[in-house]
Each structure stands twice: as structure tokens, then as C-alpha cells.
Design a binder for this molecule. Structure first.
Ligand SMILES: N[C@@H](CCC(=O)N[C@@H](CS)C(=O)NCC(=O)O)C(=O)O
Length: 221
């Protein structure tokens, strides 16, 4: 049995959750609130003091990217071919790159300033605009619809789909769903992944934030 422990939010854990689900190993999704996190921390169960962690039959893994790769390998979402695996890693790093520019905005206390800083990242030619356009170029160049031009879904799709569309859930001040309209190929990519039977089955539930992963989520944006 595997057990993923994290807050209820998608945050750092969602790619691992979807990979575990696709792997068909038996796994438990344990969610904690802040007190639950503190209790785990005090009990010494968190190797480096952070969540998420993944308890495996061999012991506990920490660091979200490590969990994600482990779960992706379990799910067969890491290509065997080393060049393709390199391409998948390239896309993961590309996404990590533009997402890093978003992180400092969380620490801006003044709401107007925070909104302005986020909107600036989406201006034509700014970091996130370019990041999203890079993803669009990959989608447009793909003959299969999968972002690394692979025959089936890979970890690059899990990360691109989950991280990109969660940004437009409405939970981040300054970022509205309608901003996706500037990225038509990303909208097509959303259709492709959200309608995959495996993804569709996992997100077929009511959820305050995860509606962004459902087919047609942004049709009326
Ligand atoms: N590098 C870690 C960072 C994880 C992280 O920042 N987790 C937050 C929750 S989203 C946390 O545990 N914060 C508790 C704290 O800072 O004390 C990873 O990727 O897993």
C-alpha cells in the first residue's frame, strides 16, 4: 500500500496523485490541515519538515519532484527510451522555470501590487506568456496530441496539464480563466487531456478547484 500525505489542495502533490491513480497500485490519499501537518512534523515523520510525503512499502519519500517521478515510473509514464525521457525532463524543467517566476508574487502583501505583478507576468513577451507559448509550440508540433510527441501520455503531460490549468482556477488573485483565450492551442490541449478516459475518470467529482481538469472547463471562460 502507498500513502500520499498532503493538504487537500492540489499544490505540490497533484501530479503524484494522478500518477498513482494511473499506476493502478493501491494507494491512499491522506489529507491533513495545518494542525495535522504540525502533528506529523512534531512526530518526526517528515524527513525534511515538509509535505507532501509518500509512504511506500520500503519507506517514506519526500520532495515533491522525487515523489512525482517515482509515481510516474510506477504508472509507466516515464519513457523507456532515454532520448524521449530526456525530452520529458526538458519539458518538466521548462514548466518549472516559468512557474518559479510566479512564486514570489505569493509574498506580496498589498493586493493591488500582487495583482499587478501577476498581470505583468502575462504581458506579451513576459515570463509566463513565453512559457505558455512554449507549451503551445510543443502541442502544435506534436503528431499525437501528447506534449512530448509520444504515442501515449507521459509525465510531461501530467505536469503540463495539472500545473498550467490550475493557475486559472480563480484562486490566484489577478489571474482569470478568460486569460486562457490568448492561448488557443493550450485550450485544444486541455480538450485532449481532459477527455482522456483515465484523466476524465479521476476528475469526475465535485471539487472546488479541480473543476479546471474537467472536459469543457474553460468553454465559457
Ligand atoms: N521542496 C519541497 C517544498 C514543499 C513545501 O514547501 N511544502 C509546504 C506545503 S505546500 C510545507 O510543507 N510548508 C510547511 C512549512 O513551510 O513549514 C517539495 O517540493 O516537496
Amino acid at each position: 500500500m502507498h500513502e500520499l500525505i498532503y493538504f487537500e489542495s492540489p499544490g505540490y502533490a497533484e501530479p503524484t496523485r494522478l500518477c498513482l491513480e494511473l499506476s493502478q497500485v493501491s494507494w491512499k490519499n491522506t489529507t491533513v490541515d495545518w494542525d495535522g501537518f504540525q502533528a506529523l512534523k512534531d512526530s518526526g515523520e517528515l524527513p525534511h519538515g515538509y509535505l507532501p510525503i509518500l509512504k511506500t512499502p520500503q519507506g517514506t519519500l519526500a520532495e515533491s519532484n522525487a515523489l512525482m517521478r517515482y509515481a510516474a515510473a510506477l504508472a509507466g509514464l516515464e519513457p523507456e527510451d532515454l532520448f524521449l525521457r530526456g525530452k520529458v525532463d526538458e519539458i518538466l524543467e521548462l514548466i518549472q522555470g516559468w512557474r518559479a517566476s510566479f512564486t514570489p508574487t505569493f509574498y506580496i502583501e498589498d493586493l493591488d501590487e500582487k495583482i499587478a505583478a501577476r498581470k505583468a507576468l502575462f504581458e506579451e513577451g513576459a515570463k509566463i506568456d513565453l512559457g505558455l507559448k512554449n507549451l503551445e509550440s510543443l502541442v502544435e508540433a506534436s503528431s499525437t496530441g501528447w506534449i512530448a510527441d509520444t504515442e501515449d501520455m507521459t509525465l510531461a503531460d501530467v505536469k503540463a496539464f495539472l500545473n498550467t490549468f490550475m493557475m486559472f482556477s480563480g484562486q490566484f488573485d489577478g489571474i482569470e480563466a478568460s486569460m486562457l483565450k490568448s492561448y488557443p492551442s493550450l485550450m485544444k490541449y486541455h480538450d485532449h487531456v481532459a477527455n482522456d478516459a483515465r484523466v476524465k475518470a479521476y476528475y469526475d467529482r465535485e471539487d472546488e478547484l479541480r473543476w479546471v481538469y474537467k472536459p469543457g472547463a474553460f468553454n465559457n471562460a
